[in-house]
Write a new protein. Sequence first.
Length: 87
Amino acid sequence: MTSGNQAITPGGEVITMAVMVLYLYVVGPLISHITALGSWTAYLPGVAADGLTQASQAGVWLLPPWEGRLGARRLARAVAVARRDIT
C-alpha cells in the first residue's frame, strides 16, 4: 500500500511504538536521575507529565503543574506536526 511516493510498512509502526515505550520507561527515567543534568531534565516529556500530575520521584525535581501542562502540550503539538509532515 502506498501513499504518494512513500511505502507504508507495518513493521515501521511496531518499531516506532517499541522505541517510544523504551524511551518513556527506560531512557527517560535514567536520564532524569543523572544529577549533572538536573537543570534541564524537568523538561523531558515523562518528567513534565509527572510535574503535571505531581507524581513524585525520589531525587527528581518536578515542574509546577501549570508548567508541566505546558510541557505536555508542547510535546503533543510536536508529535502532531511531525505526524502531519509524515502523512
